[in-house]
Design a protein around this ligand. Structure first.
Ligand code: MN
Length: 284
């Protein structure tokens, strides 16, 4: 990768870095609109849009050691993806570094969670997603974007995940055995939704963000746009408030094919700035 292709300013060595970013441009199971494989590239491009200094947190990303390992790509099948992703994430997490993964479709998240759990055995997961995605099998596929919260619940336990921002649930998942979830309306109504979430589950937290949790007005470039979602400001608050409790994050389902003016890539990119800035802000 040349320097123009890395996420902005993420040019420290792997060994020095406290945050390590990678892309997984995988979109083999997308059912409605394909194209999330271009997500990591566009999110990196958008990352050059912002000032490294974050005024709200009084810190500059230039003061922090950040590394971009590039993309993991070219998988023949899901098994190969799982192996490569697990190897990279385990290397990052076992060295005490914070992994940030850019998708790609949401099916990349379960292998990440599984690898993070090797270092944090009591791991809890917050998924922000318009869709509950709790089907067991979707279109004959076990590791699909539509089965993500089910697969993650099998890794960390059903009681250790919360899905936030939901406004679409399949009829079979609506019946029983589903994870705790908050609708986007509940999240918007709550003064401090992260406090509400932490009342139900403990730290450490892994955060998985499907960009379709955001309203299509603020994030049109997704595979399955769903109206009545969160605003970009709601999203920022969620990331900022949860950041001290996090041990890893992914941000998936940005689909540049439908992303006029790179609105969604821009927001995804800015969320990464927000994550790091709010975690690292000057104390006191
Ligand atoms: Mn979704």
């Amino acid at each position: 990768m040349n320097s123009a292709e890395i996420f902005a300013g993420f040019d420290s060595s792997f060994d020095k870095a406290s945050y390590v970013l990678l892309g997984v441009p995988y979109d083999k199971t997308s059912s409605f609109r394909t194209g999330t494989s271009k997500g990591p590239e566009e999110i990196r491009k958008a990352s050059y849009c912002f000032e490294p200094y974050l005024m709200e947190h009084d810190i500059s990303l230039n003061q922090i050691d950040l590394h971009d390992v590039g993309d993991l790509d070219g998988f023949r099948d899901y098994e190969e993806l799982r192996e490569d992703v697990s190897e990279t994430i385990s290397k990052i997490v076992s060295k005490g570094k914070f992994p940030i993964t850019l998708g790609g479709e949401h099916s990349i998240s379960p292998p990440i969670v599984s690898s993070v759990k090797k270092s944090f055995s009591d791991l809890n997961v917050v998924i922000l997603d318009a869709h509950l995605d709790f089907r067991d099998i979707y279109e004959g596929i076990e590791h699909s974007h539509a089965t993500v919260s089910r697969r993650i619940s099998e890794i960390v336990g059903l009681e250790n995940i919360i899905v936030g921002g939901v406004r679409s649930v399949s009829m079979e998942s609506a019946e029983k055995g589903k994870p705790i979830f908050f609708t986007s309306e509940q999240i918007k109504r709550e003064d401090d939704p992260i406090k509400k979430i932490l009342e139900r589950i403990n730290e450490p937290l892994y955060l998985s963000i499907d960009m379709d949790v955001v309203d299509p007005a603020f994030a049109p470039g997704v595979g399955n746009p769903e109206p009545f979602g969160l605003s970009s400001v709601d999203m920022k608050e969620l990331v900022s408030r949860s950041s001290p409790y996090l041990v890893g994050m992914d941000i998936v389902e940005t689909n540049p094919k439908y992303d006029d003016s790179a609105i969604t890539a821009n927001l995804a990119s800015r969320m990464i700035y927000e994550l790091i800035g709010s975690r690292e802000k000057k104390k006191g």
